[in-house]
Each structure stands twice: as structure tokens, then as C-alpha cells.
Design a protein around this ligand. Structure first.
Ligand code: ADP
Ligand code: MG
Length: 380
């Protein structure tokens, strides 16, 4: 674990940024973006996209790969990180970077600082990182979008986490304060406490046990289940108060698997207390005890982050919260281990060009120098 690897970015020019953004756009429906398509989307007046792409490859922001049917470029983790961090620094949400403080199942966690120098927490979601050659392609019926694409999954995971965290925080639940998000990155308050995994003694285990069970019930009454309520996703403050983190896998109590996950969360707490603190209690909540008093689940879907039911299905599938349907299985038999070149229509290229233009314009109206400095600046 070390510092966020953004040092290579200091020499990135406006043109580099434009080309990198073009690759991101191209990846919306191509596993590998062919050079000519990248050039068409980037639409550089002076040309020379090929040379810029070579440079981006050298800095490992994009990678060039040979497919069976065609060759092309794909964004790397570093490239995607850069695009998100650039946006967050342009907005002034982040102004310097620090060390990695955690590694989760599906993320990397860093300390960064805002413009006042206050340390905050940056979570980079990393889902679906399997090499595409080992993954059977699962395309939707348009055959255009990869449900297994790490870009897509990581982005919707962060979006969903931010939406849940905001709704929970607004209602006074003990969760970190959400600050901002972009692509696969979430910025939130840095919790001043200990991860439960490192806590081996509690002053008042019965009280913390009650706090946790009450939290599960309060969530349930609001219409949601955390779904991964274990010692990796709980932190404890010095005052012994639990704080809940890690929300992308949350689900509605109206979901058909809700009871199973509610009970699993409850069992997790009981077993953790028995194992870690030698504490047992016959007092624990049941799903049937829940009395709905809020619609947090519905609100999350209306927050306007463009989160569709289909995205939710894809994400819960990735988190192993739901089973694949028959339809998914049949799709699986259509094994296609090479990326298919879906021809980009002129309209599509036009649309992507416009989006690249918007990104580039935004970055130019903002103080790019300030953002570049921020990306370079480390908290010592
Ligand atoms: P994952 O989804 O990959 O499991 P988590 O959100 O659980 O990621 O975070 C992984 C680890 O990072 C946590 O166990 C915790 O130690 C640390 N962490 C996460 N969020 C925060 C935060 N807001 N403040 C302090 N530490 C955090
Ligand atoms: Mg976790």
C-alpha cells in the first residue's frame, strides 16, 4: 500500500486529456477502441492522435491490445482514476493526495485533503477486474454494452454507494458524511475510529450489541438492508459508537431475498459478538418485527443519478446478492471471447464528440493549473 499513483500525470496536456476522454467514450460500446474511432471522437484539429495514444500507453493510462477481430485501445485503472480525480480536483473537492489506508473487497481507500487541508476519505471502486478473455461476454440484447465491463460496474457501484450514503446521512444514521463522487470514486468523511476488525475489547459489549441490532432494525424500518453487516464494514469511535460503511450492495426490504439478507446481517452480529467478545444474547430482531416507517429504498431510486433498475440488477448480481436468471444463463452459452466491433454510427461519434467537448471545455474554464497542482500535491 502506498501513495496514489498519479505522479505520471504531471506532463499531461490538454490534447492528452481530450484523447483519454475519447477512449473513455469509445469504451461505452467497445471493449477495445480502434485507433480510427479514437481519432474520430477526439476530433483534434491538428491530428496526431496516434502519437498521443502512444504516449498515453507509455504512461499506462491506456493499453493497446490485440483482439482476434481487431486491435484497439482500452482505458487502464490508472487512466480511469486520472479522469475521475481530474474532475474532482477541478471542482475543488480534492486538493491533495495521501496514502492508501485500506483495501476492501472491491475497493482501494486513500486519504486525500480538501482545499482547507481537512483530511477526507477517497474510495476507488474496482469491480469486475477479470481479464475479458476469461470472461464469457454478457451483452444486452442490443449487443452493445458489456455487463461485465469493469468501467460500467465500478461506476454504478460508486453511484449507488453515494446515493445510499446520502439518504442515510440525511436521516441521521451513523455513516460517514458523503462529500462528492465522480465515475468510480466516492469522497466521504474520514471516520475517526477503529475498524471493528482491530477491536478486541469493548467497555460495554451489551450496549454496542444493542446499538448494532437497533441500527439493523432502524435500517429495516426505513426500507433497507445493508447486506454486508460485518466487522469489515463497521468502525467504532473512541466513545464506543459504531459507524457503518460500505453501501453499494444495499437492498430494499421489498426485495424477494430481503429476509435472507436481513437474517444474515443479524447472524453476523451475533457471531461476531460471541467470537470476539464472548457475548451472547437471546435478544435479536426478526424480519417479521419490522414496521416500515420510511421509504429510503424508493428515494434512492429517485435521486436523479440516472440509476436504472437494470443497473441495480447488474450490480446486485456482481455482488452475489441475487442469482442469475434463466435468461442470463442462456446468454452465457453464446460464448464470444473476442470483442466484436460494433460499428459506431456517425450519430454516435457525433454524440461522443460533444461529450468530449463538454469535458474539455469544462476543464478549460476551470483552473486547470490548480487541478494539475492538486494532482501532484501529496499530503506529507
Ligand atoms: P469495500 O467495499 O471494498 O469492502 P470498504 O468501504 O468496506 O470497502 O472500505 C475498506 C476499508 O477501508 C474499511 O474496512 C476501513 O478500514 C477503511 N475505510 C473505508 N471507509 C472509510 C472512512 N470513511 N473512514 C476511514 N476508513 C475507512
Ligand atoms: Mg467492506
Amino acid at each position: 500500500m502506498g501513495k496514489l499513483n498519479v505522479t505520471v500525470l504531471r506532463y499531461l496536456t490538454k490534447e492528452d486529456f481530450r484523447v483519454l476522454t475519447a477512449i473513455e467514450m469509445g469504451m461505452k460500446n467497445h471493449e477495445l477502441v480502434p485507433g480510427p474511432l479514437a481519432a474520430a471522437i477526439a476530433n483534434l484539429k491538428t491530428g496526431g492522435v496516434h502519437k498521443l495514444l502512444k504516449e498515453l500507453c507509455k504512461h499506462k493510462l491506456v493499453a493497446y491490445e490485440r483482439g482476434k477481430k481487431y486491435d484497439g485501445y482500452r482505458l487502464t485503472n490508472t487512466g480511469y482514476d486520472y479522469l475521475a480525480l481530474k474532475s474532482l480536483t477541478l471542482r475543488g473537492s480534492v486538493s491533495s493526495f495521501g496514502n492508501q489506508i485500506g483495501i476492501g473487497k472491491e475497493s482501494n481507500i486513500y486519504v486525500v485533503a480538501d482545499e482547507e487541508g481537512t483530511p477526507i476519505c477517497l474510495k476507488l471502486h474496482r469491480l469486475g477486474r477479470t481479464c475479458f478473455r476469461n470472461v464469457k461476454s454478457k451483452r444486452d440484447y442490443h449487443g452493445r454494452r458489456h455487463k461485465t465491463s469493469w468501467l460500467y460496474l465500478s461506476r454504478i457501484s460508486a453511484t449507488r454507494e453515494f446515493a445510499y450514503m446520502s439518504a442515510l446521512y440525511d436521516r441521521g444514521f451513523p455513516v460517514p458524511k458523503p462529500i462528492d463522487f465522480n465515475r468510480h470514486c466516492v469522497l466521504m468523511e474520514l471516520v475517526n475510529g477503529w475498524p471493528m476488525t482491530q477491536v478486541h475489547e469493548l467497555l460495554d459489549p451489551a450496549q454496542v450489541y444493542d446499538d448494532l441490532m437497533n441500527l439493523i432494525v432502524r435500517l429495516g424500518n426505513s426500507g433497507v438492508i445493508h447486506g454486508d453487516f460485518n466487522e469489515f464494514n463497521l468502525m467504532v469511535t473512541d466513545a464506543g459508537k459504531p459507524i457503518l460503511i460500505d453501501f453499494p450492495q444495499m437492498m430494499s426490504t421489498a426485495h424477494e431475498n430481503a429476509e435472507f439478507f436481513f437474517e444474515r446481517d443479524v447472524t453476523c452480529v451475533r457471531e461476531m459478538f460471541r467470537r470476539k467478545f464472548g457475548f451472547e444474547s437471546q435478544d435479536y430482531p426478526k424480519f417479521s418485527d419490522l414496521v416500515r416507517d420510511d421509504n429510503l429504498d424508493a428515494e434512492v431510486h429517485c435521486t436523479g443519478y440516472g440509476f436504472t433498475k437494470e443497473m441495480e440488477q447488474d450490480l446486485l448480481l456482481e455482488y452475489g446478492m441475487i442469482e442469475r436468471t434463466e435468461a442470463d444463463h442462456t446468454e452465457d452459452t453464446v460464448v464470444d471471447d473476442v470483442p466484436t466491433l460494433v460499428p459506431a454510427t456517425a450519430i454516435e461519434i457525433d454524440e461522443y464528440r460533444k461529450q468530449v467537448e463538454t469535458e474539455v471545455c469544462y476543464s478549460e474554464t476551470k483552473s486547470t493549473q490548480k487541478s494539475d497542482d492538486a494532482i501532484r500535491r501529496y499530503i506529507e
